[in-house]
Write a new protein. Structure first.
Length: 276
């Protein structure tokens, strides 16, 4: 079956009372049910927008729940695909990041809810896709408005500064990979800057790792380099594997974080530094 991308109509409205949405079990014809996708196109040159999958958001929520455990006034948010955009992004258009797959060439998408690009926050929306045969499907998504990251790639911590930070925390050069990674959280610089700094600390010789070879993902171990042909922005990306499907990600929305090795980009490829 040939899939056609439906044309999109985005209306910033509140859902009218009594609106009925057909489910997969209640369709008007036997053709394909529309499928709503949140995507970032490969040729998108806007660095001010990124996508977080529902699974990535769920991991964030688990961390938030742990931080607020026992707080009676805390309400956990719902996990959903999220479009992250910098505050005051005048060029942001919601429909640029929404596609619908359907076997009909006559389909529309309605967006119910509002978001404010001038105010930080997470704004939930409901998308409803309807094709010409009356088949419809809904999907909850969110627009998350964040501060524009401040990152100067030429102002990152020196090797000596990080060694000092490690010593202060009781972790020495050549120590535990996760502990070294934690010492780099918040560091600026390109992803390669962060990866090379980690490797210099982890292997304890103060040198970078320019020669690597591919390894089977099943044999990946802490300290291995992770390569993405597409880091979710259309560009190559490097990270460090920490074990347990976790990784150290430099220049992740302008800073350094520890997060899942699986990101909204290409599949991770694992490499090991020669001689180690």
């Amino acid at each position: 079956m040939k899939f056609l991308l439906c044309s999109l109509i985005a209306l910033q409205l509140f859902a009218p009372a009594g609106l009925q949405v057909a489910s997969k079990d209640s369709i008007q014809s036997e053709d394909q049910i529309p499928e709503i996708l949140v995507i970032k196109k490969e040729d998108d040159e806007h660095d001010n927008v990124s996508i977080k999958t529902e699974e990535e958001v769920r991991e964030e929520i688990e961390e938030e729940n742990a931080e607020h455990e026992g707080e009676s006034d805390y309400t956990a948010r719902e996990a959903m695909d999220t479009i992250v955009v910098w505050v005051d992004s005048e060029d942001f258009v919601l429909t640029d990041y929404i596609e619908v797959k359907d076997d009909s060439d006559d389909c529309r998408v309605l967006s119910y809810g509002e978001y404010n690009l001038e105010e930080l926050g997470i704004y939930p929306l409901k998308l409803i896709a309807v094709d010409k045969n009356g088949n419809s499907v809904s999907k909850n998504v969110a627009v998350e408005v964040i501060e524009e990251p401040v990152m100067d790639p030429y102002l990152y911590w020196s090797y000596d500064e990080i060694v000092s930070r490690l010593s202060a925390s009781g972790v020495g050069v050549g120590g535990d990979a996760y502990a070294i990674a934690e010492s780099l959280i918040g560091m600026g610089g390109y992803c390669t800057d962060v990866a090379n700094t980690f490797l210099a600390l982890y292997y304890g010789d103060g040198s970078n790792c320019f020669d690597t070879y591919d390894i089977d993902p099943a044999n990946a171990q802490p300290g291995d380099v992770v390569f993405y042909s597409d880091g979710g922005t259309g560009y190559q990306h490097y990270a460090i594997y920490l074990g347990g499907e976790m990784s150290l990600q430099g220049n992740w929305l302008g800073t350094t974080v520890i997060r899942s090795v699986y990101i909204n980009g290409s599949a991770p490829q694992f490499r090991r530094c020669s001689g180690h």
